[in-house]
Design a protein around this ligand. Structure first.
Ligand SMILES: NC(=O)c1ccc[n+]([C@@H]2O[C@H](COP(=O)([O-])OP(=O)(O)OC[C@H]3O[C@@H](n4cnc5c(N)ncnc54)[C@H](O)[C@@H]3O)[C@@H](O)[C@H]2O)c1
Length: 308
């Protein structure tokens, strides 16, 4: 009998559709229990995870029966994909299934930061009237710099077009022809830093992207942009980001992802009410709707994999 372990939350309705002949162990907190994973993973043919379950070599080395990993999301930085490749373990992300949720998050945070809604709301609720003392901006006519031009960036682009923003993108793996076809200029990383009013990050976390945004990058920013990271923590150096804000290189930031999750005290202690920033707990891709889509997609892929 095929045995499947699910280590994080999944949509209940979608789970009903898993092949009834499989034995399914659903432990939505198993991601927290490294000992359990190390000891028990051996009995499973398939594992379904989100981003909290670390499937590193130390765990996978015990997974002698594992053939399939379903990822309820898209980033694969919690899985040793190299080990999986060398050991014939298929890793299946839910490609594109939460891209709309993340794209809406980017537009929502862009507007909120340009309109300085959080600061203005805080002051007005305290009886102040910052009608002219705080100047806000439009998204219309701004230059949006996309870091990475994959599924999520393409969705962000569509939404940004509605606001008449212009988009440029840095992605060495996508041709300028492909970008031109959707009216996007392919530019270098430094050109993004120089030209963009809004920078939104949509790349995987890997050796090339780790601390891509550090002091060296921030000091090259010419337009005091707002920065949105809904990709992965660690792509931005958080200390350098706060310094860049304090020293006026950037005019705001939204972080949905952090180098340490839950967010580390060393970061949130440096945040105050009058800063133009938004911190959210890794929820950009997790909406009611995307949870259903992601879960159905992975259950379907799991069924197909083992039925074949
Ligand atoms: N916050 C959330 O809830 C949430 C939800 C979904 C995805 N994500 C993150 O967003 C990231 C992007 O998702 P996606 O679906 O658009 O992925 P994708 O694979 O479709 O696109 C990623 C793009 O990044 C490009 N890229 C890779 N390395 C690069 C580099 N060094 N420099 C520039 N570009 C590079 C690739 O060519 C690709 O086009 C994921 O890796 C994931 O970590 C976060």
């Amino acid at each position: 009998m095929i045995k499947i372990l699910i280590t994080e939350f999944i949509d209940a309705q979608a789970l009903q559709n898993i092949n009834k002949e499989f034995e399914v162990i659903y432990k939505k907190d198993a991601w927290q229990n490294k000992d359990y994973l190390e000891k028990e993973i051996e009995q499973f043919d398939g594992v379904i995870v989100r981003n909290k379950t670390s499937l590193d070599k130390n765990i996978l080395i015990n997974a002698s029966n594992l053939k399939f990993i379903g990822r309820l999301g898209v980033g694969l930085d919690n899985i040793d994909t190299e080990y999986c490749k060398n050991n014939d373990i298929i890793v299946q992300p839910a490609t594109g299934m939460n891209a709309d949720s993340v794209a809406e998050y980017v537009v929502n945070t862009s507007l909120t930061l340009l309109k300085k809604t959080i600061i203005i709301n805080e002051k007005t609720q305290k009886g102040k009237w910052p009608r002219t003392s705080i100047v806000t901006k439009e998204l219309k006519g701004k230059i949006l710099g996309l870091i990475g031009f994959g599924d999520i960036s393409k969705k962000v682009l569509k939404l940004a077009n509605v606001f008449d923003a212009t988009s440029i993108a840095y992605d060495p793996f996508i041709s300028s022809k492909e970008m031109k076809a959707v009216n996007v200029n392919k530019v270098s990383f430094d050109e993004i830093l120089e030209l963009a009013d809004i920078i939104s990050i949509h790349v995987p976390l890997n050796n090339e992207t780790k601390y891509l945004f550090d002091r060296n990058a921030f000091i090259k920013m010419e337009k005091k942009p707002i920065i949105i990271n809904s990709s992965r923590g660690g792509i931005i150096n958080e200390k350098d980001l706060i310094d860049a804000y304090i020293n006026n290189y950037i005019s705001g930031f939204a972080l949905d992802v952090f180098e340490n999750e839950p967010v580390n005290e060393t970061l949130y202690r440096n945040i105050s009410n009058d800063m133009n920033c938004i911190l959210t707990p890794h929820i950009a891709g997790v909406t009611e709707e995307s949870n259903v889509r992601v879960s159905n997609f992975i259950i379907d892929k799991t069924n197909k994999f083992f039925e074949n």
